[in-house]
Design a protein around this ligand. Structure first.
Ligand code: NDP
Ligand code: HSE
Length: 436
């Protein structure tokens, strides 16, 4: 049978990984797919480097339009990134009747609804396993493996760069900027690394998982996004003393009132497996009503782990290319006419537990004032740590862990605590998840 012809847009970190893995494992991949998969064309701005990488095995051009307009190309792999030219090229490929594989979570979380609609109308597939958690087949697990379940919540370490930064800072005492540079050198970080450290990349991935889990359109604009740049080393240390680790988690949860969709640093009990996921590794916990909790772990970034997911999509499309569009697995798991309009909750309405750190004057009555404010706001305290003031200091840290409460109660209580004359500066608030 004739090989399926692939056009690769962008041969950077993931593009080169995809090219190399496909070449190295060609024979086994062909046996699995039932047809050869051949990268026939590559488009990249740096034509010289692309020619060097592909070594005369395919046509190399600098204009990606030449690839998406070529009638001989069956599948386009978009590995350029961003939502400018990438969006234009993906929509053009779809309009030209080509299947698309992409690792571009930014594009799908912001323009996925438009792209999936265009693909649906044209009867082509848009596959994006590599867009969430790199090499971990989490999209397939959510969309197919867990399809019997009513999914209740997902919580994941879904950004390798930030997990790498937090691990290296904690274990080696390295500073933030040094570790970020190393993450960039290793190919983990986004072209704009603020997407990683400010939680945007994790929110893109959480948005995609949320849509698949709950059968809703992608709604990145409703996600709460908080990164690790404001996290202080002192809180990481106190959390450890209380038996917790701080991780940047992407969380989406079904509640009676709507869907929670949020990314923020989170205290997790150290005994949980997910709390011990280190470096650029990713892990996603999915809780379904039938199966209970399931955990997916693996490399979440880097050339070949991500290529593994890109090629899995290529094989899926190759196997299904001839299937009737109505009978393919729907892009967001649910049939397009059966999407839900469940609202995504504003952050004030979410319910979780909290770590609160405040610096207070070391004098009688302070603790009573703080606990009275919390009690008035119906916030109950689960654990507390009060440090001795350092030599010569008259102020000390109080750390409190609360039971579950609504975010709006905590915000109101913090405002009152910060107004106390005995409390210095702002109260640090980090959300906690038991994940049990
Ligand atoms: P890179 O920046 O390494 O690669 C992008 C490539 O696209 C570069 O070679 C770039 O060329 C080329 N390019 C840019 N503009 C054009 C254009 N107009 N036409 C043709 N080629 C172009 O990015 P990554 O490989 O790291 O990421 C690619 C995608 O995969 C992104 O969406 C990213 O979010 C996603 N992803 C990345 C992961 C990773 O670990 N790196 C993991 C999971 C997903 P030049 O260098 O000359 O500008
Ligand atoms: N920048 C991303 C990360 C790449 O660090 O996880 C994988 O999506």
């Amino acid at each position: 049978m004739k090989s399926i012809k692939v056009g690769l847009l962008g041969i950077g970190t993931v593009g080169a990984g995809t090219f190399n893995v496909l070449k190295r494992n060609q024979e086994e991949i062909t046996r699995r797919a039932g047809r050869g998969i051949e990268i026939a064309m590559v488009a990249d701005l740096n034509v010289e480097r692309a020619k060097e990488l592909t070594n005369g095995t395919c046509v190399v051009v600098n204009d990606a339009n030449v690839v998406v307009n070529n009638p001989d190309i069956d599948i386009v792999i978009e590995l350029i990134g961003g939502y400018g030219i990438a969006k234009e090229l993906v929509l053009k490929a779809i309009a030209n009747g080509k299947h698309v594989v992409t690792a571009n979570k930014a594009l799908l979380a912001t323009h996925g609804n438009e792209i999936f609609k265009a693909a649906q109308e044209k009867g082509v597939m848009v596959a994006f396993e590599a867009a969430v958690a790199g090499g971990i087949p989490i999209i397939k697990a959510l969309r197919e493996g867990l399809t019997a379940n009513r999914i209740q919540w997902i919580a994941g370490i879904i950004n390798g760069t930030t997990n790498f930064i937090l691990s290296e800072m904690r274990d080696k005492g390295l500073d933030f900027d040094t570790v970020l540079k190393e993450a960039q050198r290793l190919g983990y970080a986004e072209a704009d690394p603020t997407f990683d450290i400010e939680g945007v990349d994790a929110a893109h991935k959480a948005t995609i998982m949320s849509a698949i889990a709950f059968g809703m359109p992608v709604q990145f604009d409703k996600a709460h996004v908080e990164g690790i740049t404001k996290l202080e080393a002192v809180d990481i240390r106190y959390a450890e003393q209380l038996g917790y680790r701080i991780k940047l988690l992407g969380i989406t949860k079904r509640t009676a009132k709507g869907i929670e969709l949020r990314v923020h640093p989170t205290l997790i009990p150290s005994k949980r497996l997910i709390a011990n996921v280190e470096g650029a590794m990713n892990a996603v916990l999915v809780h379904g009503d039938a199966v209970g909790a399931t955990l997916y772990y693996g490399k979440g970034a880097g050339a070949e782990p991500t290529a593994s997911a890109v090629i899995a999509d290529l094989v899926d499309i190759t196997r299904l290319a001839t299937a009737d569009p109505e009978h393919r697995v729907p892009y967001l798991a649910f049939q397009p006419h059966a999407m839900s309009d469940t609202p995504i909750l504003p952050m004030a309405e979410i319910t979780t537990s909290y770590y609160l750190r405040m610096q207070v004057a070391d004098q009688p009555g302070v603790l009573a004032d703080v606990t009275r404010i919390l009690a008035d706001a119906t916030i109950s305290i689960d654990a507390m740590l009060q440090k001795e003031p350092a030599e010569g200091e008259i102020q000390t840290d109080i750390i409190m862990l609360t039971h579950q409460t609504q975010e709006k109660n905590v915000i109101a209580a913090i405002a009152k605590i910060e107004a106390l004359a005995t409390v210095v500066g702002n109260v640090t608030k980090i959300r906690m998840e038991e994940l049990s």
